[in-house]
Design a protein around this ligand. Structure first.
Ligand code: HEC
Ligand code: HEC
Ligand code: HEC
Ligand code: HEC
Ligand code: HEC
Length: 382
């Protein structure tokens, strides 16, 4: 690890492994590097929050089997140098302890409490975000400190209720300058940013629970959910979009159908995040007996090409080798889009048109497979 001393006691930690440069930089507000405490130690006093967090994709950002498969592909393609790139966000403690081989237990806690709650400042650069962490004992958070005895010092910070906090990892350009994770920007130009509705308002709603275990400040105390459900939550996804057939007209030789899809509940493009996610609109023509005569599909997604202008669909490939976005027809927050479909149909018959919207994501995962190959056989009669 290379350490660069800036003005006064500000320390800049830039982690460089091989020739791959980290794209999240970490500074600390004192001469020392922070010593991260395990989430288990926080659970002693913040059990309810811990329980929400431990099942989140933040806690599972390393163990998540979809990440595991992508990480293995990245390692195979680019070697160990790529660890630095992926672990910046999936195991951010390694930005400080440089444990890219993940040998220390704290590194494997992925996006752990003590990383987020040491964040004192975030600067969004162009493709490179800089995070300032405290090296002290104080925890940053959204609340006004009440000076409870028997706790660590706390600092109230508005950043914790601001989308910029999340942009640390949810806004990122790869080495080719392609915006792979673009969620913060999508939000910032949309109607929710205008209304002051931040990521936390939708993804960390107030839920039942005590701030400090066994010591509720008032009956029915509430905490911010640390579960952060997104594309892996059926409830969250189902609330995001609506589909409506606005017209079915008989035209020469068939039917002309217009279907509207609206992004009613998502704070950013739908889908957002990793570009391999797609929304598929399926429109079916059924005959009078209810049999499907024809199916047409329209896909909403961001298409990423490599430097040879071939479309890439494998997550690791997109993140590392994406060189160009050739098309992006995803639906912005609050927007409605109309998609026309034409079906060949007879003028006399009765039909039914059905529209279905699906959220799809087909990542590569490691599958247990039984290999059972016959290696020769023999048979003989007495
Ligand atoms: C010994 C009990 C105890 C432990 C262990 C503990 N906390 Fe706390 N924490 C508290 C108490 C009590 C408060 C409320 C402080 C106050 O009175 O304002 C608090 C408040 C907080 C807040 C709110 C700060 C704010 O201003 O919004 C955060 C964030 C926090 N703790 C994070 C953590 C993290 C992260 C850990 C583990 C590294 C941790 N705590 C470990 C007792 C504890
Ligand atoms: C991805 C970053 C992140 C991680 C990881 C995280 N927190 Fe938080 N935490 C936040 C944010 C952001 C808020 C404020 C949410 C708001 O006010 O809308 C918060 C709020 C809090 C609060 C104040 C009470 C509340 O509910 O608002 C405490 C205490 C706290 N977190 C403790 C923890 C503990 C303990 C863990 C680990 C088990 C943890 N956090 C993990 C980002 C994080
Ligand atoms: C330190 C980096 C980091 C920070 C800070 C961070 N995230 Fe994340 N977040 C991630 C990573 C990495 C994943 C993907 C984990 C996985 O599935 O492997 C993720 C996953 C998510 C998901 C789940 C997506 C899904 O597919 O279901 C949501 C929602 C989310 N984050 C919202 C937020 C919000 C809101 C904030 C701010 C309060 C935030 N994140 C802060 C890195 C971060
Ligand atoms: C108005 C509520 C709202 C706001 C604000 C919001 N989101 Fe979401 N988010 C959703 C819904 C609903 C979904 C599920 C549908 C989807 O995938 O878009 C979602 C999905 C996600 C996902 C999963 C990716 C996917 O498409 O499956 C991530 C990651 C995420 N949000 C991060 C963020 C971040 C970071 C911010 C702030 C910059 C933010 N969200 C702001 C409602 C919101
Ligand atoms: C700038 C931060 C950042 C970097 C660098 C990064 N990721 Fe992620 N990754 C995220 C965030 C944020 C999400 C969640 C967004 C979403 O769910 O679409 C995510 C999601 C993923 C997912 C989808 C997980 C799931 O469960 O759906 C995979 C796979 C993944 N990343 C692999 C990688 C690999 C491999 C690397 C290194 C080549 C990498 N990431 C580098 C931030 C990052």
């Amino acid at each position: 690890m290379r350490k660069l001393f800036l003005i006064g006691s500000l320390m800049l930690l830039t982690a460089i492994a091989g020739d791959v440069q980290a794209q999240i930089e970490v500074k600390t507000n004192s001469g020392a590097a922070p010593e991260f405490a395990s989430s288990v130690s926080c659970a002693k006093c913040h059990l309810d929050i811990y329980n929400y967090w431990k099942d989140s994709l933040h806690a599972g950002a390393l163990s998540d089997y979809i990440f595991q498969a992508a990480f293995m592909i990245a390692l195979k393609d680019k070697g160990d140098g790529v660890r630095r790139v992926c672990l910046d966000c999936h195991a951010p403690v390694t930005l400080v302890n440089d444990d890219v081989m993940l040998e220390q237990p704290i590194s494997t806690e992925a996006i752990t409490c003590d990383f987020c709650h040491r964040i004192a400042n975030v600067d969004l650069g162009r493709g490179e975000n800089t995070v300032t962490l405290t090296a002290g004992k104080e925890k940053y958070g959204p609340l006004k400190p009440q000076g409870s005895a028997d706790s660590h010092p706390s600092v109230q910070s508005n950043l914790f209720e601001d989308s910029k906090f999340c942009a640390t990892c949810h806004q990122w350009n790869n080495e080719q300058g392609v915006a792979i994770f673009d969620t913060y920007r999508e939000w910032s130009v949309g109607r929710y940013a205008e209304k002051g509705v931040h990521c936390q308002d939708c993804h960390m709603p107030l839920v039942e629970g005590a701030l400090v275990t066994g010591k509720p400040r008032k009956p029915g105390e509430r905490i911010n959910s640390h579960n952060l459900s997104g594309g892996h939550s059926i409830v969250q996804v189902a609330s995001a979009a609506t589909v409506k057939i606005v017209s079915v007209d008989r035209v020469a030789g068939g039917l002309h159908v217009v279907v509207e899809v609206s992004n009613v509940g998502s704070g950013h493009m739908i889908p957002t995040g990793i570009p391999s996610r797609a929304l598929v609109l399926e429109v079916q023509l059924l005959d009078a007996r209810g049999n499907v005569v024809e199916t047409e599909r329209y896909t909403f997604r961001k298409i990423v090409l490599d430097s040879q202008h071939n479309e890439i669909t494998v997550d690791a490939d997109i993140i590392l080798n994406g060189a160009l976005i050739s098309k992006d027809n995803r639906i912005p927050p609050g927007a409605t889009v109309s998609i026309p479909f034409d079906f060949a149909a007879s003028q006399q018959q009765n039909y039914l048109v059905r529209a279905l919207l699906r959220y799809t994501y087909k990542p590569l995962v490691l599958k247990e497979e039984e290999i059972n190959i016959e290696m020769g056989s023999d048979a003989k009669r007495p």
